[in-house]
Design a protein around this ligand. Structure first.
Ligand code: TYD
Length: 229
């Protein structure tokens, strides 16, 4: 469990969410993020994780970033479609994140729900930081202001070579502004995720996302069993 304080509606830290979370067994009151470059194949596995815990009687809040609230979804649409510089990107994702934390994530954790979030702040360090080359110390400052210490309890990093991800994307969908980036952009983003994972090895679980869907699911199950989840 995170020892982080939550964030209340007025913007001041509160320890309630973390206190509730730490009093429960298993994934209840737990914040899990799923990360990786575009084309890593996260989505179907997030759905499966949600079903796994719903089937065991947990409340599951399956959400995403940027997004997860009406305001944050509007910001997402703008981020994915309009040209802008890296600072604007960072401010938009953190504004969306703040609304998402206050409206959805903190209340859900306080209720004891399992929060499954498709991307969180590691994506900002990977995409805006490593990918765009934006100043990591500014991102760290924004992280501190916006999150008041809140971090996921567990992060699944779906890792695969950018060339493989590009093939999957080409087969799957119309690309948005990020998905149109060249392979070397995604190589930098991948390196950014690796740095975050190395800095916090107890939070991150690296999943070899180049393997088959079944093999990826087996890695997730093994990681959860290790935690008794
Ligand atoms: P993604 O979550 O992969 O959704 P979809 O599967 O529908 O394409 O797309 C969101 C994009 O936003 C992705 O390319 C990464 C980008 N992004 C950032 O650049 N910074 C961030 O902080 C976050 C959360 C996402």
């Amino acid at each position: 469990m995170s020892e982080a304080a939550g964030v209340d509606q007025a913007g001041s830290p509160t320890a309630t969410a973390a206190a509730v979370a730490s009093s429960r067994v298993g994934p209840a009151g737990c914040f899990i993020s799923i990360e990786g470059i575009d084309g890593a194949g996260k989505t179907s596995h997030v759905d499966a994780l949600a079903e796994r815990w719903r089937g065991r009687g947990h409340e599951v809040v399956r959400t995403r970033e940027p997004g997860g609230t009406p305001l944050a979804e509007v910001l997402r649409e703008q981020l994915l479609s309009r040209e802008m510089d890296a600072l604007s990107e960072a401010l938009i994702v953190f504004a969306a994140r703040r609304d998402h934390l206050v409206q959805v994530i903190e209340p859900a954790l306080a209720r004891g729900a399992v929060v499954l979030c498709d991307r969180f702040t590691d994506a900002t360090f990977a995409y805006q930081g490593a990918g765009r080359g934006f100043d990591l110390t500014v991102l760290a400052q924004l992280e501190t202001w916006v999150q008041a210490g809140r971090q996921p309890d567990l992060t699944f990093w779906f890792d695969l070579p950018p060339e493989v991800a590009a093939e999957r994307r080409a087969a799957a969908r119309d690309p948005d502004r990020f998905e149109q980036q060249a392979v070397d952009f995604f190589a930098r983003v991948r390196a950014g995720y690796r740095l975050r994972a190395e800095a916090e090895p107890s939070r991150f679980v690296r999943i070899d996302a180049a393997l088959s869907r079944d093999a990826v699911a087996a890695q997730l199950t093994a990681a959860l069993q290790l935690r008794g989840w």
